[in-house]
Design a protein around this ligand. Sequence first.
Ligand code: NAP
Length: 297
Amino acid sequence: MTTETAARETIARETTARLMIGTDLAAAMVERAAARAKVLQETTGVQPCLATVLVGDDPASATYVRMKQNRSKKAGIGSRSIVLPAETTTEELVAELTKLSEDPEVHGILLQHPVPAQIDERAAFEAIAPGKDVDGVTMHSFAAMAFGEPGFRSCTPGGILRLLEAYDVPLAGAHTVVIGRSPILGKPAGMLLLASNATVTYTHSRTKDLAELVRQADIVVAAVGKPNFVRGSWLKPGAVVVDAGYNEGNVGDVHFEEAAQVASLVTPVPGGVGPMTIALLLEQTVDAAEAQTAARR
Ligand code: NAP
């Protein structure tokens, strides 16, 4: 547990809220994925391989990619690193992703978001073969999430669902307010919750009376990208609060100290949703490697 998570735990201890900690849960998921990667390699000679594609030199994106590669390595998953210049065109990126999609030695592909403005990000995502979309960013994966069918999940939303399940949060009939509707986070999070029989309200920058809507929620998922945006006074007493936000200085999208006074369960930042995201990415890379290896036999 990090110092920050420990500090959040101290605050939570003085309130009614319990923390929903992702760290240990994520570590257990990675351990299981690593064990499966080892068995696959021992029995077939195939080491799962995740290709990461980074376009440009945004330092935060470079750090995220490096972190994902390091975690992969620790779990016995190989990685292929593709770094393209900031002036890469959509056509060049699509060509690179198509090549990786056709490469039998690559099992999963992660295109680091966001890409530079001149690139059509949707076109790039769609160049990832659905069977290698371990980050859950293609329309194919989105449809699977929306229909409640098997498929790769967007990693942060999928991680949120795993966290809610692990903490036995009842989803059926629960009114869930999702703040944010981005294609990689808010939108698929709402779809997964809907597929789990929650009643879902999507909110975004044009939503009117946001605080009033949040006050009706049994579960709040904050995916806004604004530090301390959700205030304690917006929450219904006993609400479950999932903070998917990550802003500079280890600050979430929810005002943690205030939320902890009102919520029954709340995720800390860091140590809540973040570790679950990477754990699911590794788990899905092993899923992809197993499926592709079985299909080739
Ligand atoms: P994004 O693409 O910028 O989307 C933000 C969403 O918030 C948009 O849908 C936007 O509405 C909405 N929004 C903005 N201002 C609002 C307001 N005043 N009221 C209500 N909604 C508002 O961001 P994202 O990629 O989804 O990321 C969201 C947060 O999650 C960020 O803090 C990011 O760092 C974090 N994140 C964490 C992980 C992780 O692994 N833990 C992974 C990815 C992202 P419109 O659609 O109307 O513009």
